[in-house]
Design a protein around this ligand. Sequence first.
Ligand code: 5RP
Length: 296
Amino acid sequence: MADLIGNKSAKEYFENIPQRRSQFDLKGLDNVDWGMKDRMSKIFNPKDNRSLMLAFDHGYFMGSTQGLERIDIQIQDIAKHVDALMGTRGAFRTSISPTNNKAVALRVSSGSTMASEDITKEIISVDIEDAIRMNAACMAVQTFIGTDQETNSLKNLSDVINAGNRYSIPTMGVVAVGKTMERTSRFFLLATRVIAELGAQIIKTYYCDDFEKVVAACPVPIVVAGGKKLPEKEALELAYKSINSGAAGVDMGRNIFQSESPEAMVQAVAKVVHENFSVDQAFELYNDLKNELTKK
Ligand code: 5RP
């Protein structure tokens, strides 16, 4: 406790200046706790309420995949260009430096792998204590809406939201798409709104036609997953269309770490997300950076 010697009595009260209000007006946050807002502000930059997440959690069901053979090498170098890192606790603890000062989007659901026919059966494999230990800025839960695992996955989501609310850690509901689930705006309108109504603070989904309707009907921020690897210009177009349809960000994995030049691609996507670059501007930057990096 400070000592009382030399204490100076308060004297300036700024009576004519009203109490400052939080400037962080990300949608869905009006009535949540300070800690929840603090964690969300680590993911979504309050300057533009947007986020570029780098996803490398694929190993939880795919094992090693191209571009993630050595996360300690392939992700560490590009992490500096993003707002948040999405990965498993195993990948973070073994392969990501705790000094990179990026928001942790922690994958907490798992339970199926590509070795089985059905990858929709999941559990919650990371408990809230380990999410707190990992200093998670949010916890990611896969939801399999429209499958016979729908109830189980929505229970998983609800259990994580309940635990997260106890400790002001946001939950990101991830809309899973697979062989059986249709990638239509009708499906994504349903899935994103259900996840938000169950209390998730962030939704991750895929881009679709009429995406602005999906965004408008969802009362919390949506980030768009990149999906399978596309040619770089098409991936930049996906990011551009997502942002310009109202998405609060993108959560790209394969379109960055499987790019011919991941460090060039991540910077080009960041310009689309945070500096409103057009597709042509971003693609030009990608090529310039790729050529520069190749010379090194
Ligand atoms: C994998 C995931 C990934 O986080 C998500 O799909 C983003 O990665 P990509 O852009 O490669 O699709 O949920 O299960």
